[in-house]
Every structure is written in C-alpha cells, then in structure tokens.
Design a protein around this ligand. Sequence first.
Ligand SMILES: [Zn+2]
Length: 391
Amino acid sequence: MVIMTPHGMMPHRKMGIAVEGVMQMAAVWILAVWAFLALSGCAGVAQQVRSSLGLEPKQELVAALTRTPSQWEEAMGQAAAVDAKVTEGQRLNNDPALNRRLQSMVDRLRAVSHAPEIPFRVKIINSKQINAFNTGGELLYVYTGLIDYVKSDDELAGILAHEMAHGIGAHLQREQRSMFLPTIGAVLANIALQNQTAEQLIGLTNQALSAGYSRRHEREADILAVIYTWRAGYNPLGFEEFFDRMSRQASQVKQEKEKELRESYASFRQSARELEQSKLAYDSLYRRLQAHPASPEAERELKQAKERLKKSQQQHESCYQQYQQVYKSYAQSIAQLFPIFQSHPSDPERIDIVNNTLKYLKQEIPLSQTLPSVRYVMEAVEEVGGKPAGK
Ligand SMILES: [Zn+2]
C-alpha cells in the first residue's frame, strides 16, 4: 500500500475524523485490486498482451483486441477474485427491471465489440456515487448515482461502452502499474488520520485526481466506445455530453468546496493564534503574581486572563470541530465526484477526438485526415478485422 506523506507536514494534533464508509470502501477495494495485481506480480497480463508490452501502442492494442476467450481467463479470474472486495459492504441493486435494462444494453454493445464472446456482466451498486468501472475482466460495476445522473440511454451506453473498452483494450494490464493509486479514497483515508493544512489536502486530492488511466488509454477507450455505440445504434455523442456536463459540474463543486476548506482552515489558524496569545498573557500575569505579593487588582486581572484563555480554548476547539466538518463535507463531495471524474479529468481534445472518430465512421473523412490518436486506434481496429462489421 502506498501511503502518501507530504514533506514538511507538521501535524499539530491528531485529527480523529472517522472516514466515511464510502471512502473507506473505495480505498479498500482499490487497494485490493492493486494488491492483488501486485501479489500476482501483475502477472495477470494475458500472454499476448504481455508479450506486446513495450511495443508501439498500435501493436499493444492489436494484441489486446485479438485476445481469445482463453486469453481472457486470467483477467476474468482476477476480476472474480476482487469482486468480493469491490462489493463488500455495498448494497447490490436487485431490481430485476433495472438489471435487465442495463444488461441488455451491455449485450447489445458486446455483440459489436472486439470481445463478443466475453460474457460482460453488469453489477449495479446502490450508491449516490456517480461511478462506473471495470476491473479488467468481464464485470462492469455501475452505481445507481450514475444511472440517475445520465439523461439518456445514449449517455449510459457511451459510459458502458467506455468501461467495456478499458477491459477490451486491456488497459489495466497494459499500464501494469498502480493505475488506481493514489486514489482520492486512499489519500483521504490516509490523511484523515492527520491534521493537514487546507493546501495540503487540496494538493493531495489534485494529485489523486490525475492518477487514473493514462490519457492515451482514456482516448483509446473513448474511440472504441464511439465505435461500439455507433455499431450498436446509439448516438456516440451522448457520451461526450455526459463527460462535458460532469466535468463542468465537478470543477465547480470542487472549487466551491476548496474555497470553503481554505476559509475554514484560516479561521482555525486564527483561533490557534488567539489561543497562543491568551496563553502568553495568562502565563505572564501568573508569573508576575508569583513574584510579587498579590493585590486584589492583580488577582482580578488574572481571573480575567483565565476567562479569556478559557474562551480562546473553546473558540479554538469549535473552529477545529468546524474545520473537521468542512473537511468531511469536502471529502464526501470529492469522493462522490471522483470515481469517474478521477480518471476522466477534462481532456481538451476529447470533443475533437469523438467527433473525428465519428466522422471517419460515417466515411466523411479518410483515415489520413483523422487525428493521430484516432488513426492508430482505427488502424489497429482495421488490422484485427474479421470482427463484427460496422453499421
Ligand atoms: Zn476511462
């Protein structure tokens, strides 16, 4: 487990914040996935992908797209192994209609994907989180928060296709690294134990935000998702709308919460300074009284200083409690936003890439006019051929 400890951290006092279950879970399963992969020497790479690692992206992608069901076994075994961890403490949604609806969307996408024989299966988790992910195998986890958030089946299909594409593109295996680390969940679970400045919390959170799949693999997943949704008859732009809307909202909430956290921290620091001054004033009066015979006036001053000290202590304690509350609220909003926002921070080229891919699929532009990031994926897709034809 990677524990992130910023340099020069000076905890003044233990911050006994109880980590919210949701974050704890996120941290736990994410670390479980990572630990599992690490323990297996990240050996969970199907042979074909493994032997292609280090080659140019196109070859790696070709290897991933042409895995046979038996070459998927390792990845599926790993997904099954972490499934219990992923769903531990979570409430699985058993609504038959909802499960049927999502599963049928997945089946429709799977049929036109590069892995039509892999039995992709949806597990719906009851949670407000806007989240969906794939753990490298055939299991797709979708949170009810995301289902409520999307505005159309096109959006949902795009997300499902994108997550399937991470699996089909063997991104977890190809990155061979702590793809899930550090995560906000892990960072927050760790930093919750210590008292950190607002800037440290924000810094760590931002660090975690940028630690999803590599941008290359995000783009691959986007492009494959456009191909699959297009082939399956969904509007591939739905997916772009979803990310666009979510990124804007997430950035806004994040900014607001960061501002709140900074302000709360400033009050907390101010109360600490006031407390320090009250202490000094009281100590100096107390020493003076020790050295000189007490006078009623001095006794009164000391009594007043003592009251001020008590008030400062109460004030400091209350600011501290408040900072904790604000921190918790910040952590919760980020935890709620991060799951999908994390690996999908706004990519300024996303819209161009999606549109470019779609134009090519509609045969409005030749391959030579596609963007480089689109071209190599298209070349790989065409090279593997022999797969379900496009629309
Ligand atoms: Zn992704």
